[in-house]
Design a protein around this ligand. Structure first.
Ligand code: ATP
Length: 417
């Protein structure tokens, strides 16, 4: 199989791959694109921005420096102990993240711990250490065979059969994090688990292999699942395979949100932390056992302890201004979680939707500086008056226009209008 034809409909990607190929100046080495990008090209995936490049000779960092000198990139990050380099190539407003690795083998001495690495010059050995056959396909970037696919482990056949398959029986024992990776690819690419792999997965769960993995790595994997568009499917699969033994995820609220997230994206507000929101929607204490970003833990605990009370307070409001007062004193993620955790017919849900669709965005047209130029004294008074204007607008006593606000202030200052 040769992917050159397919690459013609990915012009920017083709350009970048050609430059990566030309920039590799080794006399005895070979260079390949491996992993997800090759897999996604074969199945006609759309966004192919993350490229894993494998070289069989030379130092990734030297190669990256070479690409920098040729003007292909300004951004290089090297990790010499791992013999890897990372770079970003920006071309025609598109950004490609590139990982460059030297071919290697990995030997796992203790389950779940970091492997011992040996540098090799063989593509075959390198792809054999990978997680699944569908991620072990390579494409040549060498000028004598550019675009040619090397599929030593029958990944293409598995892609055709829509199967996900580990490469050897100790795969989950070596690196139990592959349990999460399996669920992620299965759900994202609509695959089923190959028979032997399914038995190995079941054994891995019975043997509680994930107990050997650090909480940081597990949380990273959970975040990757939460970043997917339909993440509820991933959490349902965790339950199906019993991955979090004692915990079950109730995905009802998350599903509701993912089926119709429209009202949170209104008014171009993108300050929302959707990962945090999705964690709240799952409402599971399972997340609390991992090292999460600063602030998450307290936020989640606070939500779990108070959400019922907050909902009650929202339900007891009898005016827009009261609703605005309560809703704006809480974090957006918390009130949205309350809304989506309620059935759509619930009054709290309607109130929160109303807050999000209009009240939240109400602002004064006048600024503090305008008030000063109108004769209001500088100081605390300014924010008090701006608060008053907003309150009057929420109550519907002032129209939403600059003129109406000016008129209100003039009256307040005792001037004729
Ligand atoms: P995605 O689309 O999720 O980024 P990807 O295949 O590019 O998919 P990465 O996590 O970027 O995934 O990893 C790149 C490649 O490295 C994989 O395709 C796989 O070949 C290999 N790999 C990554 N993690 C593991 C692992 N835990 N065990 C074995 N191989 C792995």
């Amino acid at each position: 199989m040769n992917l050159l034809k397919k690459l013609e409909s990915h012009k920017l990607l083709l350009f970048v791959l050609k430059r990566l190929s030309e920039g590799y100046k080794s006399s005895d080495g070979r260079i390949y694109l491996v992993g997800g990008a090759v897999r996604d090209l074969i199945i006609d995936g759309e966004k192919i921005n993350d490229l894993d490049i494998l070289i069989t000779s030379g130092y990734p960092l030297d190669y990256a420096e070479n690409l920098k000198n040729e003007g292909l990139t300004d951004h290089i990050r090297g990790e010499s102990i791992y013999n890897t380099a990372k770079l970003i190539i920006e071309y025609q407003k598109k950004s490609f993240c590139i990982d460059i690795n030297h071919a290697r083998t990995e030997q796992y001495i203790n389950p779940g711990s970091l492997p011992e690495i040996e540098w090799v010059d063989s593509l075959f050995f390198d792809v054999s250490r990978r997680d699944f056959s569908i991620n072990a396909i390579a494409m040549s970037l060498n000028s004598d065979s550019f675009g040619e696919v090397l599929d030593y482990l029958n990944g293409i056949e598995d892609l055709g059969k829509k199967k996900i398959r580990v490469l050897h029986n100790d795969s989950f024992i070596d690196d139990p994090i592959r349990i999460f990776r399996l669920i992620r690819y299965m759900k994202r690419l609509g695959l089923t688990i190959e028979g032997n792999t399914k038995s190995l997965l079941k054994n891995a769960v019975i043997d509680n292999l994930l107990a050997n993995v650090s909480g940081d790595r597990i949380f990273d994997e959970l975040v990757k699942c939460l970043s997917e568009e339909y993440s509820h499917l991933y959490f349902e699969a965790f339950d199906t395979y019993g991955i979090f033994k004692d915990f079950h995820f109730d995905t009802t609220a998350l599903k509701r949100f993912e089926k119709d997230p429209s009202f949170i994206t209104m008014k171009g507000d993108n300050s929302l932390d959707t990962i945090l929101l999705k964690i709240l929607l799952l409402g599971s204490p399972v997340f609390l056992q991992y090292n999460m970003p600063k602030g998450y833990k307290r936020f989640i605990e606070n939500y779990l302890n108070n959400c019922i009370e907050w909902k009650k307070r929202i339900l007891l409001t009898s005016s827009d201004s009261e609703l605005h007062g309560i809703a704006s004193s809480l974090q957006d993620e918390s009130i949205l979680a309350i809304a989506f955790s309620s059935v759509p017919e619930d009054k709290a849900c309607a109130l929160i939707k109303h807050y999000f669709s209009s009240l939240k965005w109400m602002k004064t047209h006048l600024t503090g500086r305008d008030l000063i130029s109108m004769g209001v004294e500088q100081g605390k008074q300014i924010s008090i008056i701006l608060g008053e204007i907003l309150e009057e607008k929420i109550q519907g006593n002032i129209e939403d226009s600059l003129e109406a606000e000016i008129e209100f202030i003039e009256k307040k200052l005792g001037r004729n209008v």
